[in-house]
Design a binder for this molecule. Structure first.
Ligand SMILES: Nc1ncnc2c1ncn2[C@@H]1O[C@H](COP(=O)(O)OP(=O)(O)O)[C@@H](O)[C@H]1O
Ligand SMILES: [Mg+2]
Length: 259
């Protein structure tokens, strides 16, 4: 039975917006484990798109295919109009600097200070910035965005879990990405710290004008940040719509997300 796929289309008119990411008919299996069975996604400029799926539903596999860390069995992935499966390594690396990741448990380098952790990507991608002589200003600006300027000379071991996540976010921002991918940004955090991170994600969208793909199974996070949502069930985009539209769905698999 064809379920309520595409139950609702976008409430806003997105047709004349630029497409930042597009995934078409993505398939990936591990032996008999068919994880993605024709997943589709479009991320438009400036929007926060939330993907929800239960644990083990293939969210991380999808994001890895998206950034070229994992090879899909079939399907195509376009980043700002470029088919990443057809790009040479150099062009792929170049394109990757436009994408910031906040990976699940994204770790800081324990032996480096906060400042050094943030300088690291800057040095690696020097060519994108030209003059990086004033790294202190660049690092301070990124830390300002996450409210942690005072932590610049601390070691990761001196930071709380929430602060580490914020530093990781600052490290993502330092390359001024056009797209940010968040994989479970609030997992493992207490409710108050989660709220802070969620609030930050909203501020970053405003300040940096980024487009974001947010993968989560945190309903509170989705409620606050999602302008549009996709539910990943059985390896497909099972349902799409705004938070409130999905909340009102009568479909059992959709309702299960909000219980
Ligand atoms: N490298 C891998 N080799 C084999 N199976 C994998 C691999 N990566 C993920 N899987 C399987 O794919 C499924 C989806 O995993 P994942 O995308 O990590 O789930 P989640 O939605 O929780 O992020 C799981 O069943 C997982 O065991
Ligand atoms: Mg995951």
């Amino acid at each position: 039975m064809k379920l309520e796929q595409n139950i609702v289309t976008e409430s806003r008119d997105l047709s004349n917006k630029n497409l930042m990411l597009e995934i078409k008919d993505l398939r990936k299996s591990f032996g008999d484990n068919h994880v993605l069975n024709g997943f589709n996604l479009r991320l438009y400029e400036g929007e926060n798109l939330v993907i929800m799926g239960k644990s083990g539903s293939g969210k991380s596999v999808m994001i890895k295919c998206l950034v070229g860390l994992m090879q899909p069995d079939s399907g195509s992935v376009f980043v700002m109009g470029e088919d990443i499966t057809k790009l040479r390594q150099l062009a792929l690396d170049e394109l990757r600097t436009e994408i910031g990741f906040l990976f699940q448990g994204s770790a800081l380098y324990d032996s480096m200070t906060v400042r050094e952790n943030l300088e690291f990507p800057l040095r690696r991608h020097k060519h994108k910035f030209g003059d990086i002589s004033d790294t202190t200003k660049i690092v301070t600006d990124a830390l300002k965005s996450v409210g942690l300027v005072h932590a610049i000379d601390l070691m990761p071991s001196e930071l709380s879990g929430g602060m580490k996540r914020r530093v990781a976010l600052a490290r993502t921002l330092i390359l001024k990405p056009k797209i940010i991918l968040y994989d479970e940004p609030t997992s493992g955090l207490d409710p108050i710290t989660s709220k802070e991170i969620i609030e930050l994600m909203r501020n970053i969208q405003k300040e940096y004008k980024t487009s974001a793909l947010i993968i989560t199974h945190d309903v509170d996070c989705a409620r606050v940040v999602a302008e549009r949502m996709i539910l990943l069930v059985d390896g497909i985009n099972y349902a799409e719509g705004s938070f409130n539209q999905l909340l009102q769905s009568k479909d059992e698999k959709v309702r299960a997300f909000f219980k």
